[in-house]
Design a protein around this ligand. Structure first.
Ligand SMILES: C[S@@+](CC[C@H](N)C(=O)[O-])C[C@H]1O[C@@H](n2cnc3c(N)ncnc32)[C@H](O)[C@@H]1O
Length: 315
């Protein structure tokens, strides 16, 4: 089935706010790149299940270099994009996810960060006085259409819900309960980071798209980092439903076919997935490295341990 990518247009300049007075970041700790002294390295502005921030230092040795064209078909929190953009500022990026709320959020951070921060300040003030009553009021607003309101709602819910999960019911309505945070301690965003993220996203091509369509034109030399919902390592660890559609064995197999086809065309692909016999067999013939991740090791996420994850490389 062919899916049409829904592109999100950049608005005119007056909506964007003034980004010229951006704060400078600290240089990167590893001092590894020329850009580090002038460019803040933005961090993900959402908490995202399976976020890759903790693995970046282990990924570093596997990235091809330099990277001029980049595609990320399962964007989530975007940790790898932000790292690579800081390292290769001229990199052209195509960022995709099939979660429309998530992609809208990125587009609003890119295009309207000042309005977004104002909306988030209002959410935080009300949450601090009305607590969970306000959380459930915001959660019930499933049908907002204005992009800034939708993005502010997503970030507010993401930072105040249980475990930062984004999970929706069969009607596509977000249904995670409130988290047990102290309302006075909650923060929804870091101003310097949100403005840095906005700047890093400026030239990116963002759209809602299904993975089956994203790699069609990934050409020779394009670097593709792929972080699909993982194949579960056990029957009780099967958190694979970020959106309405499940990501089961059939989707892993379809994805593996798309991966192999893009590799044949000469795209440089690096994929994270669980280190299971099923995944190893699916990518038989590709190089498989391993990294160590700290993850929840049982179904309720209460226990965490070091788990070996697969890194599948086409190059
Ligand atoms: C493991 S997360 C990516 C995490 C990300 N790398 C990070 O560091 O936060 C997987 C993402 O795939 C997206 N996704 C799930 N099914 C998809 C599909 N069929 N097409 C495109 N994206 C999909 C989900 O919305 C989710 O954001």
């Amino acid at each position: 089935m062919a899916h049409q990518a829904r592109h999100l247009q950049a608005p005119n300049k007056s909506q964007s706010g003034d980004l010229t007075a951006l704060p400078r970041s600290k240089p990167r700790r590893d001092g590894n790149d020329a850009a580090s002294s002038i460019s803040p390295e933005a961090q993900p502005f959402l908490k995202w299940a399976g976020g890759k921030a903790q693995l970046l230092s282990q990924f570093e040795q596997f990235f091809p270099t330099p990277i001029t064209r980049y595609v990320e078909p399962f964007l989530g929190g975007g940790a790898v994009f932000f790292r690579l953009k800081a390292r290769f500022p001229g990199m052209r990026a195509r960022l995709r996810d099939n979660n429309p709320e998530l992609v809208n959020c990125y587009a609003v951070v890119r295009d309207r960060p000042i309005e977004l921060m104002t909306a988030l300040d209002e959410h935080l003030a009300r949450f601090r006085s009305e607590r969970e009553i306000y959380y459930y009021l915001v959660r019930s607003r499933h049908h907002l259409t204005e992009p800034v309101e939708r993005a502010a709602r997503m970030i507010f819910l993401n930072k105040t819900c249980y475990n930062g999960l984004w999970r929706v019911n069969a009607r596509g309505e977000f249904n995670v309960p409130v988290g047990s945070y102290k309302a006075d301690k909650v923060t929804l965003y870091d101003r310097a980071n949100l403005l840095a993220a906005s700047r890093e996203l400026k030239e990116t091509d963002l759209a809602v798209e299904d993975f089956r369509d994203t790699l069609r034109q990934a050409s020779e030399g394009t670097f593709v980092y792929v972080d699909p919902p993982y194949h579960p390592i056990s029957a009780t660890s099967n958190f694979t439903s970020y959106t309405r559609e499940e990501f089961g064995k059939a989707e892993q197999q379809e994805w593996a076919a798309v991966f192999a086809e893009a590799a044949r065309r000469g795209a440089l692909l690096m994929q994270s997935n669980s280190d299971t016999p099923f995944i190893r067999q699916l990518y038989h013939g590709f190089k498989v490295e391993t990294v160590k991740a700290r993850r929840a090791v049982n179904s309720n996420g209460a226990r965490r341990g070091l788990i070996s994850e697969a890194l599948i490389l086409s190059y």
